[in-house]
Design a protein around this ligand. Sequence first.
Ligand SMILES: Cc1ncc(COP(=O)(O)O)c(C=O)c1O
Length: 404
Amino acid sequence: MAKVNDNYLKLPGSYLFSTIGKKVSAFQAANPDKAVIRLGIGDVTQPLAPAIIDALHSAVDEMGNAETFRGYAPDLGYEFLRNAIVENDYKARGCTIEADEIFVSDGAKCDSSNIQEIFSLDNKIAVCDPVYPVYVDSNVMAGRTGTYDTKSETWSDVIYMPCLEENGFAPELPKETPDLIYLCFPNNPTGATITKSQLQEWVDYANKTGAVIIYDAAYEAYISESDVPHSIYECEGARTCAIELKSFSKNAGFTGVRLGYTVIPKELKCGQTALHGLWARRHGTKYNGAPYIVQRAGEAVYSEAGKAQLKKQVAYYMNNAKIIKEGLKDAGFTVSGGVNAPYIWLKTPDKMTSWDFFDYLLEKANVVGTPGSGFGPSGEGYFRLTAFGTYENTLAAIERIKAL
Ligand SMILES: Cc1ncc(COP(=O)(O)O)c(C=O)c1O
């Protein structure tokens, strides 16, 4: 008889955003006259930039012509895209990364959840708390996290690194030594970043202990301060301890187009085994590549026109971030984030729980945000608003919150 993977049964509740979606649908069904503004899920609202649309159109035309038609993409992704990534995301920042160390994919969600597969189940993971829930959930599905304690909302075999107001939302080196360390900066959900020297400490720590850092830089395009690193490879020694994940979703609006990449330097080893070869094997066996037309669209992100247009798009969202942050401050909230990231992290008023504040905001202001506790136990008492809405909706939402 077929048996299921029991680890899936250990997962508490549904994925955070499914729960939010159900609550909002129920509210909307009961209140059809109310215009709900969604500043919850981190999905973008601005259309694709013209340079990207042009690249998509011409790639579609190529696919309709026998001479230029393309079938399966090369395992690691097309060279034109990998070369553009190397030039713009790495060489331009003084980082040494080669094109054959880039693995093009359909996004960072898949990569961040699949990467754990190449590591033994014996590895102990460390995560920032709060953080993007996919890191822990994918390790639960694999059977690496032990048992769940409903009271503390923690897994017995996960090292949680609290990121709180007291430590500037930056994790401290854990007391117990982990094998795999997930770091995400700029952080989802807190919007916090760490400086290059803080990240260097993590790189030194990983090299000393033999741990591997999985560095999720999905929000790198939103960095505005000069001492915040855009890539972990800006740190000395990162080639021997770090994997980097990148996405085209937030810098270029590809949430529905789907494109991302993972970097695994060839020097990165566990014992004698190079991780590059393992991930190449996995990629070749389980994945058939991002579509040609999407990879051409990705290449356009790095064109001069693409860069200029996307700079404006990022500025548009960061203006929303400013409106949210300043507006909430004026209304008396304690807020952080929103400077190097499109997320604003606020403390719930009057010691309300995150979910109570979610319900309150939905019912009284018809605004949807994300409860901090959905990102980990240390997120309790906090709430996330995103800057990815339209300018008009952002203004309206803040006016409604101010009027509460
Ligand atoms: C930290 C982080 N990593 C990865 C992703 C997913 O990126 P993608 O759209 O490329 O799958 C998100 C999406 O919200 C995210 O917040």
